[in-house]
Design a protein around this ligand. Sequence first.
Ligand code: GLY
Length: 599
Amino acid sequence: MLKRSLSASLLLAIFIAACKTQTPALKTTASVREGQGVYQFVEEDPLRKPFFSDRTGELGRNGMVASAHPAASAVGVAILKAGGNAVDAAVAVHFALAVVYPVAGNLGGGGFMVYRDKSGKAYTLDYREKAPGRASANMYLDSAGNVIPGLSISGHLASGVPGAVDGMVEIHKRFGKLSWAQVIQPAIDLANNGYALTERDATGLNRVKANLLKINPGKTYFFKTTSPADTTTWHTGDKLVQTDLAKTLQRIQQQGRAGFYEGETARLLAQEMQRGGGMITEEDLRNYHSVWRDPIQAQYKEYNIITMPPTSSGGVALVQLMRLNEPYPLRKWGWNSDSTVQVMIEAERRVYADRAKFLGDPDFVKMPLDQLMSKAYLQNRFADFSFARATDSKVVSGGAIPGYESMETTHFSIVDKDMNAVSSTTTLNGGYGSRVVVGGAGFLMNNEMDDFSVKPGVPNMFGLIGNKANAIAPNKRMLSSMTPTILEKDGKLFMVVGTPGGSTIITSVYQTILNVIEHGMTMQQSVNALKFHHQWLPDNTIFENGAFTEPIVQYLQSRGYQLEKLTNTLGRMDCVLVRPDGTLEGASDPRADNTARGY
Ligand code: GLY
């Protein structure tokens, strides 16, 4: 359909690109079957590999949990083995991450969940934070109208009203099988008994210690180390015991939603806000409710993409990206070949410009979602694309539609024995959020207010530009990039995918899906594969070391692309693939402590 309606010039560009000799990148075998491991690395340079590591996927027949922390994945599998379904496991993993992964797991944050039940019905739950009732558009500006540096990022004023606990209550009430008490108990045990820190856990806590002490004067929380030889520095294997957090979890266990949004926890949270000049009140907490939204469902070739609608931009952007590359023979061109990369970068440039112009909280902003994802609109978005030269981001703004005026997060993917599947991404926004620990309640607050456009055209902590659609307003949700996604093939569950990474979430999910369905990688290979990212502004492409060969770098630079090789990494994917024989392949990211556990 699309091909027939493509403009002649666009068809010609695609034809020329398809015929031209490719700069050799990586050769793949001629027959590509997704997720079957037919992808073969045969590049001449033995020192360069397209993968971050050689980790292989975890296989299971009865259930799979992939999350950011081994202790949380173990909790998820224990719940499945106890007869729980994917939703029970998801709630248990969420609360476990709030204990063992304070960098992003949370009670004081928010997130999104995509759920596909065994019959194929799909649901999405939005438990994104909201601006407090007293918030205002200019709350982070000085009297001259300039952004006050750091105010939306650090400290009490940076927090939105948390949504995660309400989200867990809602999803469990509707789809859980085990009791509420049972799914929270593992988190309470981890908080009371402590858990052994990984090297990464210890390094993270040591890194933020000075800042936590500054923002939380007099609180000893997170600072009582268990090494008798050195009580001020965390070491691998030290135990982190969190008794205040355990008490908060017990209140949630006993009282459900009221254990967080009313009573003792709400009082402690509001008191903490008052102490530090924050805005959240007990009334804000009482008024918070998560929202069931209609999932975005879109066809890409033989796959059905089920993903998150706004308040996240992730789903819309993912569908736009996939549909922009659909007319091009990426499979034939190969993984990260010159033309493949060029098409993907140009798609990303345009999609992030649309994100900035159009997207925001659906309860506040009217958005042309169907048009943005329509093939006709997207075809027009690529009308000025040429393989000869990079498009200049300065001349790309959000597309014209007639009549129309965040790095630390965490993701987990779960599939149970009946093929119920959960894809959930949750966040405090920055690492350890606003760094505010709620006194007496033992949990960290988010700094999600920075995901609003605090001033039109001024980039947020991820360099993302926003506009009126994402301006601050009382009780409004801030736009997100989180992209929890599920794919079906032939009406059956095929893939569960997602990652943290702020603005890079969307492009990491995009590449991880394409790596499997176009380039024939296994789920784990796809997660391991090195990645790149472009987000319209700034107009450069960042890439993991090794993602592009030297000839590809030269090809792109000769056409005007600004490239930046990263010293760090992109994405922390946690995914599950259903192989044709029904085996589950869990793939967790080797870039951090992520762990897949199946049985
Ligand atoms: N806080 C990162 C995001 O929601 O995109």
